[in-house]
Design a protein around this ligand. Structure first.
Ligand code: ADP
Ligand code: MG
Length: 585
């Protein structure tokens, strides 16, 4: 049996540990939680706290808690923790020890070896300090790899071909962008840039300022708030930020936040995504400047980038992907959990060193975009048929997203919500998969907000709800098999489009070359893999006959992927989608 090597993302804000299980990278949870906050503290009774409990007490007992120690790695300093001096290596070692324990408990055996990731810009001294932290924790650091390299590995493991990738990593307190070149499995960081004082924590801070301003202006609450109240506002701000990643509004409600003249004060504020995006837009623009600096460092222009990977929890903020798409004309990839993808890549590297069979990180994603239509500009003219995507293709499922729309007329009593699947800007060119009406809206001037909520589950069932924000009046529709219903047709159309790229007839790539390149073709691989995975999960419930057929097709697909043969994919993919559709209906 090969020795297990764990992969560790030792992050400034959060850390994760992953391992290869059944050929795939998986993040090891600790009591259901896959993220360990990189906080170390000393509790009331003198015990060492690592992770969530340390993070919880940070605002209340800053002298007994250390955060972001990664920023100090490689410096010849001591930090004070509960009255005692510690080196940065020692604090990091406490986090590493905890991660090692989490992995050992999960795997039920002693572990010694690890691959640890560090930012690409880390100096030798910083890398050395990271190794020392490992040694102190009783972990043999067999390799240090760069974070963007790990991210690229997580996305591309096992895929041959060469490409230029931009890794955009926005964490809690740091931003790093790297230009990565991948050639026949060898990954190299060509250039990088960033700002190690910029991240999601700054976004939280903007919301906190907004709350404080509101307290001041609307409630006359001014001056320093008690630490406990501040800690609650911080928490609530971060939670609201996360909600705004998926929904157009977030409520910040904290009962008994403080007492004023003996009367309890309850905080209740609503913040819209538009307001929030206005607050953070300057930060995002700053990251884009860094992106361009990195590009010129690599001697490249935007159009030479073939793929963008989003890494770091803060990239869940939709404005990030939107701005990058505007700059590059490419849809950034984010189907692998952005806060887990570096650890997954570390595990893949670890597995490769240990000689394990490693396959790509696979997630359930929706291959289609779902949305509705609204009044907006279409080809320069106002039109009611503008498509508004709500759940975009390649989003991991299950997923819930909502968007806000506004009534067009005064006293409008009814809205009709049409649900589409597709990518076309003109909604009429997409496939309409449902429609429903909400009647009895309250008498209101035009601009009455209606929230459309799309919920797509693992089985491809799409629920769309529309709610009048003011009253809660709602209507809803459930669309079964939203994902697989049009699978075959869409697949055939896609095949035709891909085929057309290669000229008439079958999609035969020119010899020696061309299949691993285009993004469209790579996407076919991703989709095919997801389909094969899905089929694997259906094996158990299938009849003997169906199972045999499923197994054959899965094998055929896996073979084609292994040979990087896009042309050989289409037949089994089509057949498999048909069977899946039939099994599901
Ligand atoms: P690091 O690599 O620096 O340790 P992470 O990649 O774990 O950090 O990112 C942490 C940041 O991501 C935090 O600021 C956190 O609030 C933010 N974050 C996590 N989930 C979301 C979300 N759904 N929407 C917006 N920001 C998020
Ligand atoms: Mg990180």
């Amino acid at each position: 049996m090969v020795e297990t090597i764990i992969g560790i993302d030792l992050g400034t804000t959060n850390s994760e540990v992953a391992v290869i299980e059944n050929g795939k990278a998986s993040i090891i949870p600790d009591q259901g939680c896959r993220i360990l906050p990189s906080f170390v503290g000393v509790g009331d009774d003198g015990t060492v706290l690592v992770g969530e409990p340390a993070r919880n007490q940070y605002k209340l007992y800053p002298d007994r808690t250390v955060k972001s120690i990664k920023r100090r790695m490689g410096e010849d300093v001591k930090v004070m923790l509960g009255g005692m001096p510690f080196t940065p290596q020692e604090i990091s070692a406490i986090i590493l020890k905890k991660l090692k324990e989490i992995a050992e408990r999960h795997l039920d055996r002693t572990l010694r070896k690890a691959v640890i990731t560090v930012p690409a810009y880390f100096s030798d001294a910083q890398r050395q300090a990271t190794k020392e932290a490992g040694e102190i924790a009783g972990v043999d650091v067999i390799k240090i790899i760069n974070e963007p390299t790990a991210a690229a590995l997580a996305y591309e493991s096992g895929q041959p071909g060469s490409r230029r990738i931009l890794v955009y990593d926005l964490g809690g307190g740091t931003f790093d962008v790297s230009v990565v070149e991948m050639e026949e499995g060898v990954i190299e960081v060509r250039a990088g840039h960033g700002n190690n004082r910029l991240g999601g924590d700054d976004f939280d801070q903007k919301i906190v300022e907004h709350v404080l301003q509101c307290l001041r202006e609307e409630h006359g609450i001014d001056g320093d708030l008690p630490a406990r109240a501040m800690a609650r506002i911080d928490r609530a701000a971060e939670a609201a930020k996360r909600v705004l990643s998926d929904h157009p509004f977030a409520k910040i409600e904290e009962e008994y936040l403080l007492e004023r003249d003996g009367v309890p004060f309850h905080l209740a504020i609503e913040i819209s995504r538009d307001e929030y995006e206005g607050m953070i837009a300057p930060f995002i623009e700053e990251t884009l400047e860094a992106v361009h600096t990195a590009l010129s460092g690599a001697g490249l222009v935007a159009s030479q980038i073939e793929e963008i990977l989003l890494v770091g929890g803060a990239t869940r903020t939709p404005l990030v992907a939107r701005r990058l798409q505007e700059e590059f004309g490419l849809v950034p990839r984010q189907e692998i959990d952005p806060d887990l993808c570096v650890a997954a890549g570390a595990a893949i590297q670890a597995g490769m060193i240990a000689g394990q069979e490693v396959s790509a990180v696979l997630v359930d994603i929706t291959p289609y975009t779902f949305g509705t239509s609204a009044f907006d500009e279409l080809d320069g003219l106002p039109s009611p048929h503008c498509y508004v995507p709500v759940i975009k293709k390649n989003t991991p499922i299950p997923v819930t997203k909502s968007e806000v729309f506004y009534t067009m007329f005064d006293d409008q009593e009814t809205v009709i919500i049409q649900v589409f699947q597709g990518e076309e800007r003109d909604a009429r060119k997409n496939i309409k998969i449902g429609e429903f009406k909400v009647s009895g809206l309250s008498k209101a001037p035009a601009g009455n907000p209606i929230i459309a909520r799309f919920e797509l589950d693992r089985n491809g069932i799409l629920q769309v709800t529309a709610v009048e924000k003011k009253t809660g009046l709602a209507g809803k529709i459930t669309i079964d098999n939203a994902v697989s219903k049009f699978g075959t047709e869409e697949m055939a159309a896609a095949r035709e489009r891909v085929g057309a790229l290669f000229g008439a007839g079958r999609a035969e790539p020119p010899p020696g070359h061309a299949h691993g390149t285009g993004a469209a073709v790579r996407h076919e691989f991703t989709k095919a893999r997801a389909l094969a995975e899905k089929a694997e999960r259906m094996l158990e419930g299938a009849s003997d006959e169906d199972r045999e057929e499923l197994v054959n097709l899965i094998e055929e697909i896996n073979d084609a992927i292994a040979r990087n043969d896009a042309a050989a994919l289409s037949d089994p993919v089509e057949q498999l989608s048909e069977i899946i559709f039939y099994l599901e209906s």
